[in-house]
Design a protein around this ligand. Structure first.
Ligand SMILES: C[S@@+](CC[C@H](N)C(=O)[O-])C[C@H]1O[C@@H](n2cnc3c(N)ncnc32)[C@H](O)[C@@H]1O
Length: 437
């Protein structure tokens, strides 16, 4: 792999999504280099390694790092996803006719490699904008027919109506209904869909119905899109919250890149707070009837603070976090049929009696603790929450408090009785493009 050494921060450079776009091996205009048995585009001059507060990022816009610690965390997270599905890799049906599979935002490529191993008749394409240590994934998981591509998939950019989006946060409670769609829906897009509000907002320009006509151009203008050379039978995305602002466009693009009868699958999870003692100031649910003692600290005060601030920062960044992007109406609107969601509760910590469940609970606890910093550091130090921009030290201090809260709870130090039952909600949503499309 032709990697560049990490470069120092260079905030002066302009790094828009479109500028980072480059040819893909899968497209007609490919340049590729063989790497073991797979292929990846190697245009190292386009690749970035940005050192920021002792973490390495793949570009200026995506909020999570792509360094070794994050790769280690994603390795364990992949195992949890697979355990949760009892060894399955997908909730769709892969048949001998499934010949092309696409993994969007493949990261270190664990899912892509596992799919290629399990379904050797299929060609798997893994796309990511960052450089990961794919060789280690292949050494551990085995090589198969995987084509690796480095590409920035966000051809649409960030939400522009930020004031309105941020004001929606005032009524948004991430712990009550994290998967609700409406509160986080892009304001500019929802207005485009709603003819009444369009007439009240003359400043919004409606898109033209097709490519604009220019008699001096022989080729039609290239529209934003991914331009894969051949369609796929299955397109998969996992843990991609906060990656795009315009999920409507992402799902429309996936639909266009599927064969008739092909499947989309999106997987992610949401941490649910355990039941709390009664307290009026608690933003989460208060379903237990045992009251708090006067002066007693809320069990997850730091975690709630960090989570809320992180959500606020993500809204300010123009790419809101949350699993709202898995709402079934997104797939319905894009034209998908046979939409189905699979839910699996994954224990947080080692409270289950069942040995297998204890093992998954322990693994999830590790990735939960290790996810706090990579999820929050860049968002809070760059965008800040509703009150302020955080320093890296403040983020790390809060992360340490959160870790203590989580560990104390999962070890039963706060309340032996309540530690049982704490779970994260893992979700897979699938939809199918009609065979007659
Ligand atoms: C949280 S990781 C999940 C990785 C993998 N899907 C998994 O489940 O292990 C999100 C991935 O999305 C990639 N990503 C984020 N924005 C992207 C973009 N605009 N284009 C391509 N990949 C992107 C990141 O580089 C990262 O590898």
């Amino acid at each position: 792999m032709d990697e560049e050494p990490p470069q120092p921060d260079d905030p002066g450079r302009d790094h828009t999504a479109a500028q980072n776009k480059r040819a893909r091996t899968d497209s007609d205009t490919s340049t590729s280099v063989e790497s073991l048995e797979s292929t990846r585009t190697l245009e190292s001059e386009d690749l970035e390694f940005i050192n920021e507060h002792e973490r390495v990022y793949g570009n200026q816009s995506y909020y999570m790092p792509c360094d070794q610690s994050e790769q280690d965390r994603l390795t364990i997270q992949h195992q949890v996803f697979v355990y949760a599905l009892k060894g399955q890799l997908t909730t769709t049906k892969v048949t001998p006719l499934t010949s092309r599979i696409l993994d969007l935002g493949t990261g270190p490529g664990h899912w892509a490699v596992a799919m290629a191993q399990r379904y050797p008749h299929a060609e798997v394409v893994g796309v990511d904008m960052a450089v990961w240590d794919i060789e280690t994934t292949e050494e551990d998981g085995g090589t198969g027919r995987v084509t690796w591509e480095i590409d920035d998939l966000d051809v649409w950019g960030v939400e522009e109506e930020m004031d309105e989006l941020t004001s929606r946060l005032e009524t948004y409670n991430p712990f009550r209904d994290p998967a609700a769609r409406n509160l986080t829906e892009s304001p500019s897009r929802s207005r485009l869909r709603d003819p009444e509000s369009q007439s009240q907002s003359p400043s919004i320009t409606l898109p033209e119905s097709g490519p604009s006509f220019n008699p001096y151009m022989l080729e039609p203008e290239v529209q934003p899109g991914w331009h894969f050379s051949q369609p796929f039978d299955l397109v998969h995305l996992r843990a991609m919250r906060g990656t795009f602002a315009y999920w409507e466009d992402v799902y429309a693009e996936i639909y266009n890149n599927l064969r008739p009868g092909g499947w989309i699958e999106i997987a992610d999870y949401e941490l649910v707070l355990p039941e709390m003692p009664n307290s009026t100031s608690q933003p989460g649910e208060t379903t237990d009837d045992a009251p708090m003692h006067p002066g007693q600290q809320l069990p997850f005060a730091a975690l709630i603070k960090l989570y809320k601030s992180m959500m606020e920062a993500s809204f300010k960044s123009g790419r809101p976090l949350g699993t709202y992007y898995m709402h079934p109406t997104y797939l319905e609107d894009a034209g998908f049929k046979d939409i189905r969601t699979t839910f699996v509760n994954v224990p947080v910590g080692q409270w289950p009696e069942d040995e297998e469940q204890r093992k998954i609970g322990k693994m999830f606890l590790i990735i939960l603790l290790e996810s706090l910093e990579p999820h929050s550091l860049r968002l809070l130090t760059r965008h800040g929450d509703a009150e302020k921009i955080w320093s890296a030290e403040e983020v790390r201090e809060c992360v340490e408090l959160c870790k203590k809260e989580i560990l104390d709870w999962s070890e039963g130090l706060v309340d032996e009785r309540r530690r049982e039952g704490w779970c994260a909600n893992f979700k897979w949503i699938i939809g199918r493009k009609s065979k007659n499309a």
